[in-house]
Design a protein around this ligand. Sequence first.
Ligand SMILES: N[C@@H](CCC[C@H](N)C(=O)O)C(=O)O
Length: 279
Amino acid sequence: MLFAKVHGLGNDFVLVNLNEEKSLSVDLAGLAEKVCHRNFGVGADGLVLIGPGKEADLAMQIINSDGSVAEMCGNAIRCVAKYAYEHKLVDKTKMTVETGAGIMVPELIIENGKVIAVRVDMGMPGLEREQIPMTGPAGRVINEPLAAGDHVFHITTVSMGNPHCVIFVPDVAAVPLENWGRLVETHPVFPRKTNVEFVQVLNDKEVRMRVWERGAGPTMACGTGACATAVASVLNGHTGKNVKVHLYAGALDIEWAEDNHLYMTGPAEEVFTGDYLIK
Ligand SMILES: N[C@@H](CCC[C@H](N)C(=O)O)C(=O)O
């Protein structure tokens, strides 16, 4: 299986172009688990498949490293857009991509002939409890207590097509990510589990975020998570609608615009290509 290894701020993916791999008739969950394994495979947070879209220029599917299917991935979609342009699957700099969360619109930012960043229209956030989805009474979840283990977290939940639970903390470096992340991800209030973002407010325009991803555990960055964090920061009165979200390897710029869409801008990198032996 021919693949490209790509990443957005260290959130890394094995990307397979289905135009080249038409006969990929294997169990995709099992393939994702194997290929994403950091010792026995290529190593990645997820497997990303791209092909022609039915109602868009491209279609993208993301499978987490544990084999579960995700609706959407912000870092992957920037990589997909850059890859599609550079490998001539599309010949335009603004394109449409079908995802499990609807059609997204990435636009390449090009300087001196090089793609230096990608800006993506990530659509509108879902704020109602059933949109996350979460059990419990109808309404929005903004700074509500959630008891998990021997801890009470104050959570704000946002859907970016996939579920996010944002928790503001005084110091992200002090968060026991493995422990708290898993506890919240698998809390019974989230029937489809959730991604978990721990966020420290730096000022009214900047936050620092660490993420525990559903189906992947700790990752260096999460694009949908950065969008959810920006929304939660606004809803809790911590920031304005333009938020720089600092992550381990750099930052994503998020704008919650007047049209209620989230616009995410950040880098995308192709690192190497290879040929994975399917056994
Ligand atoms: N890293 C991604 C999100 C990938 C999917 C997520 N783990 C889920 O299951 O929802 C991003 O950059 O958005």
